[in-house]
Design a protein around this ligand. Structure first.
Ligand SMILES: Cc1cc2nc3c(=O)[nH]c(=O)nc-3n(C[C@H](O)[C@H](O)[C@H](O)COP(=O)(O)OP(=O)(O)OC[C@H]3O[C@@H](n4cnc5c(N)ncnc54)[C@H](O)[C@@H]3O)c2cc1C
Length: 399
């Protein structure tokens, strides 16, 4: 593929920018750019605006209601959204379960679920991990027993991101305890309003509620909610993980963070009293992460292009996951270092938009320690980076 943007791509960038300028609510833009706490409605407002424009499912083929963008257009749109301060849309429906539904579900399931994912009527979460089944995911124990035209589901999922906002969960469940562990798993879609489901919050290291435990007690799920074939869920699960890891690269967001880092470093004094941005050693660290980000961007474009040609992301998704998450962590570390002790306090109340109480340092320091702590997750979730390195060594290097 040609990695240079064409005149048509640049025209598309103008169109995307004009749309975002006119439709992204000003308070939402400020919340995102200031790193303030977002509510469900904040994500939803942006989702609906994109849906009305026909742009919400950027990565979907046109036959399923996507805008028909090529890889460059998808990349440009993500970059423009990030730069303008648009919130990240929840990926669980649009970017994770939707590709599985398109590839493996029945036409009736596709007709039912895909429009609801696009409209935002269905907000999805991911029921993969369990206590003791994270890296060794295939050891999962949540079981689904078939009784007539229903599955009866019992067990516990954990780390369920934004599960407290969701009304649907896609779950890996054990339907055959006798078979080899990868061969007894099925992929079930479950309405979160079904009796027997309990969602309990887990408070993260930054003090925020982002993840949950989800408990299933005799939850009745229609057999029609099974994706593909019973006991073949591991294949669909891996297909979904390829898409999940590709998304974690988040090049556009890191570019915006890098810009923010430079703005902060231009305002903060260095040890000699001049702006930190003029300090040779700090500039060097910024330059290093910028070069890594440019290399990641090119790899990301190659993977998106392959996906557009209906080649599911392969082990290169693991590369994106590792480098993307490490760059995100480095950027949050450098921001903390730029502010020094002013960045240390976790000012929870100040995370609310419109807070006008006392601050312990400059206003741009408010979200930094929360972001620093929160981003420790990026090398763990979506499959830890150690596991991604194992995948690369086996699948790419051939060890
Ligand atoms: C913030 C957050 C959000 C998440 N959101 C979701 C979600 O929405 N839905 C969901 O289903 N899951 C979610 N997860 C779960 C996530 O996918 C798992 O945490 C991850 O797969 C790691 O599993 P584990 O926590 O059980 O760690 P373990 O598997 O117990 O691993 C512990 C450590 O040992 C290392 N290790 C384990 N096995 C090996 C090996 N063979 N070789 C080398 N090193 C190894 C790991 O890399 C890790 O460093 C989330 C996790 C976090 C932290």
């Amino acid at each position: 593929m040609d990695l240079n943007f064409t005149a048509a791509d640049e025209a598309f960038r103008g169109e995307a920018r004009a749309f975002i300028d006119s439709k992204l609510p000003a308070d939402l833009r400020d919340k995102v750019l200031e790193g303030k706490r977002l509510q469900k409605d904040d994500y939803f407002r942006w989702h609906v605006a994109l849906h009305e424009q026909g742009w919400v499912a950027a990565n979907w083929p046109q036959e399923f209601g996507g805008p028909g963008w090529n890889a460059a257009q998808q990349h440009i749109f993500e970059e423009e959204c990030a730069d303008a301060g648009a919130p990240i849309l929840s990926p669980f429906g649009l970017r994770m379960v939707a590709p599985v539904i398109m590839a493996f579900a029945s036409p009736a399931q596709q007709q039912y679920y895909l429009p609801r994912i696009r409209s935002g009527e269905h907000w999805w979460c991911q029921g993969y991990s369990e206590p003791g089944s994270g890296s060794d995911l295939a050891s999962l124990r949540t079981r689904a027993e078939r009784v007539g035209d229903k599955y009866i589901v019992n067990g516990q999922k954990t780390w369920t991101t934004l599960g407290h906002h969701a009304n649907w969960i896609f779950c890996l469940v054990r339907t055959n305890a006798e078979a080899r562990k990868q061969e007894g798993i099925s992929f079930l879609l479950i309405d979160m309003n079904t009796p027997g489901i309990t969602v309990r919050p887990i408070i993260m290291i930054d003090g925020e509620h982002e993840v949950n435990e989800v408990w299933f007690e005799n939850v009745e799920v229609p057999v029609g909610n099974l994706i593909g074939e019973e006991n073949k869920g591991w294949t669909y699960a891996k297909y979904l993980l390829g898409h999940e890891r590709t998304n974690i690269a988040e090049v556009g967001r890191s570019k915006r963070r890098l810009k923010r880092l430079k703005e902060i470093a231009a305002q903060q004094p260095g040890s000699d009293g001049r702006p930190l941005l003029q300090d040779v050693r700090f500039r060097d660290r910024i330059a290093q992460v910028e070069i890594e980000l440019m290399a990641l961007e090119i790899t990301n474009l190659r993977v998106i292009a392959a996906d557009m040609e209906k080649r599911a992301p392969g082990p290169e998704a693991s590369l994106l996951k590792i480098r993307g998450s490490e760059i995100q962590q480095t950027l949050t570390e450098l921001m903390m270092q730029a502010l020094g002790h002013d960045a240390l306090p976790l000012q929870h109340a100040a995370m609310d938009y419109g807070y006008d109480g006392e601050l312990t340092g400059p206003d741009y320091g408010v979200p930094l320690s929360g972001q620093y702590f929160n981003f420790r997750k990026t090398t763990i979730y979506g499959g830890s980076n150690e596991i991604q390195r194992n995948i690369i060594s086996k699948m790419i290097l051939g060890f």
